[in-house]
Each structure stands twice: as C-alpha cells, then as structure tokens.
Design a binder for this molecule. Structure first.
Ligand code: CO
Length: 201
C-alpha cells in the first residue's frame, strides 16, 4: 500500500476510536474552538506541539515556521498571534524552540541551504548580537546556546508586538513563555521567566 493511503486509513481509525470513547467529540468540537494556549514552534517533524504536551484537538492554537521565528514583518505569524490573542483570548503563548534545530545550526555553521537562508537572517542577527558569549563556547554548547538565544529573542519579539502591547494595555491577562525541547530525551525546559507585561528595556 502507498504510504499516503496508510495515513487516510489511520485517520479513519482515529476518528472511529474517538467516537467510541466520546460519541459527542466531533459534534462538540465543530461548534467552536476555545483553546487556552497558543504555540509558536519550529516546523521540525520531531516537535509536534499537541503530542509532546499531551493536548487534544481544540486545546492549543498552533503556528509553526522554520526555526520558530517571530518577525515583526511576518504577516503570517502576526495574523495567527492576533487571532489567538484578540479573538480566541488565549491565556498563554508558548514560544518553543528545540536543541539541534536545523535552521539554527545552519546559521551557526554558516551553511547555505537556499531560499531559507533569507528567512534565517534573523538568527544571524542574534548570532552577531551575542558573538562574544557564543565564541567562548565549544561547538556543541555554541549551537545549544544559539537555539536558546533564539527562543529568548522570539519571546521578546512577541512581547514587543503591537498585539501584545495593546492586549496588556487593555488589561488582558495573557502570559508569554519561552521553552526549549530536547530531542534526545523528549523533555521541555522553561527558558525565560513568564512574561506578563512588556519588560522595560
Ligand atoms: Co527546528
């Protein structure tokens, strides 16, 4: 059987299993979505948001791009963020990076990959900004640290967006978290203190 046909078969089994346990599951979920969480993560196939934090469909609003970048010029990410905050009223935004991120490592090693190099320029800027700290580390630690610095930078970018500024100014309770995932043991780590308002810089 073609592998893609297997996926359609898996889906039928999954939907059937859901109905067996919760006959109203799809009827209920098709009415509305009220997720408490938003996830901004990397496209990497090994970091699927719902699965690694044990959430069901409907429980987390997900935006993923290469290397979990939040750019002030990226309408795709900003649109998702605005919808999550203004319309869905999520309570938590989780920016989640991961160690051994291909995008971050490509920047660290100055690799040329193609179109994506232009997207990854944002991480080159982070590398330059923290060059002193990074240069003092060995190869593996430097890659790991750049993955962490990327998450911290993207947390700041979320906090500094007009969307979060306006939400916080109006008293909306929404927290921003910076997490990083380790592929080798499947564990998430909190990197940044939880942000409840724009930090004075
Ligand atoms: Co990645």
């Amino acid at each position: 059987m073609e592998t893609y046909l297997k996926l359609l078969e898996n889906n039928k089994k999954w939907a059937k299993g859901k109905l067996k346990n919760q006959p109203e599951f799809f009827t209920e979920i098709s009415k509305t979505q009220e997720p408490e969480f938003m996830w901004i993560g990397c496209c990497d196939s090994r970091v699927p948001a719902n699965q690694i934090i044990g959430l069901l469909p409907g429980e987390i609003f997900v935006h993923r791009n290469v290397a979990n970048i939040v750019s002030h010029g990226d309408l795709n990410c900003l649109s998702a963020l605005q919808y999550a905050v203004d319309v869905l009223k999520v309570r938590h935004i989780i920016v989640c990076g991961h160690y051994d991120c291909g995008g971050v490592c490509a920047v660290e090693q100055n690799l040329r990959l193609g179109i994506v190099d232009n997207w990854l320029r944002y991480i080159h800027d982070i590398k330059r900004e923290h060059s002193k700290e990074l240069q003092a580390l060995n190869d593996q630690d430097r890659k790991n640290r750049l993955c962490e610095l990327n998450v911290l930078t993207q947390v700041r970018n979320v906090c500094e967006s007009t969307i979060m500024r306006d939400a916080w100014a109006s008293g909306q309770e929404v927290a921003v978290h910076g997490w990083i995932y380790r592929l080798s043991d499947g564990i998430l780590h909190e990197l940044s203190p939880v942000q409840h308002a724009l930090k004075k810089t």
